[in-house]
Design a protein around this ligand. Structure first.
Ligand code: ZN
Length: 311
């Protein structure tokens, strides 16, 4: 891989590394070198790959950091997460039904489905009701426990990829706003070759760093979180990772996503800070206004579907 761990304090000392994470000297998608710095945010440089044009943070989170990064607070008001995730259940479920419609455009029938980064399981629960045999993988212990206890879902609590998923294969694997958060996308693609059955599909909802709005806003684009998000994708970098000998890109388009006003303001950094106990900042009238949903269609959110090659 093109990453190496940062220098750690020697055993027995109390010095903590000042900036934890894996230095990404080269593009985590294709291994190419950088053509330079796109910008700096939160103390980290974002670089652009000379080869596949992906952008990437100079430092990626380590797998060991992920459980804490996606703890309960991430779903309840942390700056880069959600204002109040499960409070918007009806919206998550409506969105899930749209994903399922989009999946069935590429599948002859329902079958086995793995959702990576399944959060609280609303999508999986909807998929199960539609006839899919479902399983989840979720690094957040809080979210995985919610999905297990409330819906009785089979959720592996781990970062992806993980040997805990075992040898089972799936007709469909989904990553909904998750793939760009993986510390090792290259390793993930290798594992996905075995996880998706020949002819099966891999569906990603992710963000296109080449979208007009991303280029227009520059480092103010709301998806730049280089402390947490290691890579920023586009069509070219996705097809550089999911190569034609293993995958066929069958759909790539901008999509509309219904979000709450509270989430939109939160993502843009315009919402009030969370309460001290980590709870959502919206109360009363403000909470009701925050629940108003609106279509997000700025062109930077994309739906990419790959079909696994037949062997
Ligand atoms: Zn690259």
């Amino acid at each position: 891989m093109q990453t190496r761990p940062t220098l750690q304090a020697a055993p027995g000392t109390h010095t903590r590394p000042r900036t934890p994470g894996m230095i990404q000297e080269n593009c985590p998608i294709c291994g190419g070198g950088s053509v330079g710095t796109v910008g700096v945010k939160d103390g980290l440089r974002v670089l652009r790959c000379a080869n596949c044009t992906a952008q990437y943070s100079e430092r990626a989170p380590e797998v060991s950091q992920l459980p804490e990064m996606y703890n309960r607070a991430y779903f309840h008001g942390s700056r880069t997460g959600y204002p109040a995730y499960e409070a918007d259940e009806s919206l998550h479920r409506a969105r899930a039904r749209h994903y399922l419609e989009d999946l069935t455009a590429h599948t002859a029938s329902t079958g086995t489905l793995l959702d990576v980064g399944c959060a609280t399981g609303f999508f999986l629960d909807e998929a199960r009701q539609s006839g899919w045999l479902v399983r989840g993988c979720e690094v957040s212990e809080w979210a995985a426990t919610y999905a297990q206890r409330r819906f009785g879902l089979d959720v592996v609590t781990a970062s992806f990829p993980t040997p805990l998923l075992g040898p089972q294969r799936y007709d469909a694997v989904t990553f909904l706003n998750v793939f760009e958060q993986l510390p090792d996308p290259h390793g993930a693609e290798h594992v996905l070759r075995d996880l998706v059955v020949p002819g099966g599909i891999l569906a990603l909802e992710t963000w296109d760093v080449d979208a007009l709005v991303a280029r227009w806003w520059g480092m103010r684009w709301h998806r730049y979180h280089p402390q947490e998000t290691p890579v920023y994708l586009n069509r070219r970098s996705l097809t550089a990772l999911f190569k034609p000998e293993h995958w066929t890109l069958v759909e790539y388009r901008a999509r509309t996503k219904w979000i709450t006003l509270a989430h939109g303001l939160h993502a843009l950094g315009l919402a009030a800070h969370p309460t001290r106990n980590g709870g959502p900042p919206h109360h009363g009238l403000r909470e009701r206004i925050g629940k108003v949903s609106l279509p997000y269609r700025l062109g930077d959110l994309v739906w990419a579907v790959f079909r696994r090659a037949e062997r």
